[in-house]
Design a protein around this ligand. Structure first.
Ligand SMILES: *Cc1c(COP(=O)(O)O)cnc(C)c1O
Length: 344
């Protein structure tokens, strides 16, 4: 199949992650995360974030988010999120399931970015015994629509959280893209801005599989290892979840991969933004481009072999991973130009 941009998960694994798998595949090592690779990976996160965080490695983002949120909540609590948050729309109720019933409180706005006002109004609309007690806020960085929270915006959100007694979780399934886009350090948009727990995506960043759950307040990590085990998320051969992180972080591949995806998204956006009949649904700030167009345009693109989803905002979504081929991005841009032209 020619390269497609329907999802960043269409990509294979990057050489750095693959190489680490190869290296980790030698000899006998202690199981269940007591091995050297896992210790090195956790240390690499502490170096990257410049703090003594607690790190856990799980298989996918749904597990990372759900278990992280579950660790912040009792079953009678609630979690504030945006209406298009992955936890709300794409996790099959896993956050509610793993927390034993904590309810997601969805902001009634179309924006993928939560504001301090959204949080305040949801957290304070009720305080009686009949309503689940708000305990956490989750933000996605970058958002599901490819937008970025600035460090100031995150700080404003975390200040609101602190004032209301809420913990702040960040779904960073594309966290590397956010760091590359902002050009700031990972610490600046996490613990230094008041984030308590980060789910750092490895899969969309170029690994075969795996996400890291990073607790900046070590007290919150208490019992998280048991939670992972109970949820079927404790890898017995943990080295294969942790070793790729060592190479990804130490070689800088994590950030290069993110920057490459972002640059390809920008390349497509620049090539199509002035076309008649074509609009960008959201500002292009990370590795995704959302194209608003007619049904006929989308049909024609599909007929030319392009795959894409339209489940967010009705636009065609194109996502660019570490392996996106700029020549293929050009092909997509010229097909969009061609199809939008005969559409007029
Ligand atoms: C891809 C993604 C995840 C992780 O999804 P899994 O398929 O469970 O690995 C989490 N959050 C967001 C915003 C995502 O795009």
């Amino acid at each position: 199949m020619a390269q497609q941009f329907a999802s960043d998960n269409y990509a294979g694994a990057c050489p750095e992650a693959w190489e680490a798998m190869q290296q980790a595949n030698s000899g006998s090592l202690v199981a269940y995360g007591e091995d050297e690779w896992t210790a090195r990976a956790a240390q690499a996160f502490r170096t990257l974030f410049d703090t003594q965080c607690e790190v856990f490695f799980v298989f996918n983002g749904t597990a990372a988010n759900s278990l992280a949120l579950a660790s912040l909540c009792q079953s009678y609590n609630s979690v504030i999120c945006a209406s298009c948050a992955h936890v709300e729309t794409d996790e099959c109720g896993a956050p509610e399931f793993f927390s034993g019933g904590a309810k997601l409180l969805v902001a009634r706005t179309d924006s993928a970015k939560l504001t301090p006002e959204d949080i305040r109004s949801l957290a304070t609309c009720r305080s009686d015994i009949h309503y689940p007690r708000p305990r956490a806020v989750t933000i996605t960085q970058p958002t599901e629509t490819g937008e970025i929270y600035t460090p100031d915006e995150i700080r404003a959100i975390s200040q609101t959280c602190r004032a209301l007694g809420l913990r702040l979780h960040m779904d960073g399934s594309r966290f590397a893209n956010a760091c590359a886009s902002l050009g700031c350090s990972p610490a600046d948009i996490t613990w230094k801005a008041g984030v308590d727990v980060l789910c750092f995506g490895g899969t969309k960043n170029g690994m075969m599989v795996g996400e890291a759950v990073v607790f900046f307040d070590p007290a919150l990590a208490d019992g998280f290892d048991y939670r992972c085990k109970q949820a079927g998320q404790l890898a017995s051969k943990m080295r294969f979840l942790s070793a790729p992180w060592v190479h990804m972080l130490e070689s800088g591949a994590w950030l290069r991969n993110g920057a490459h995806g972002n640059a390809c998204a920008q390349k497509l956006a620049d090539a199509i933004k002035a076309l008649p009949g074509v609009d960008l649904l959201f500002p292009v700030q990370a590795n995704g481009v959302f194209v608003r167009g007619s049904d006929i345009l989308f049909e024609k693109l599909r007929a030319r072999g392009w795959r894409f989803y339209t489940f967010i905002g009705g636009g065609a979504r194109f996502m660019f991973a570490w392996d996106a081929d700029p020549a293929r991005v050009d092909e997509l841009a010229s097909d969009i130009a061609l199809c939008s032209k005969d559409d007029l």
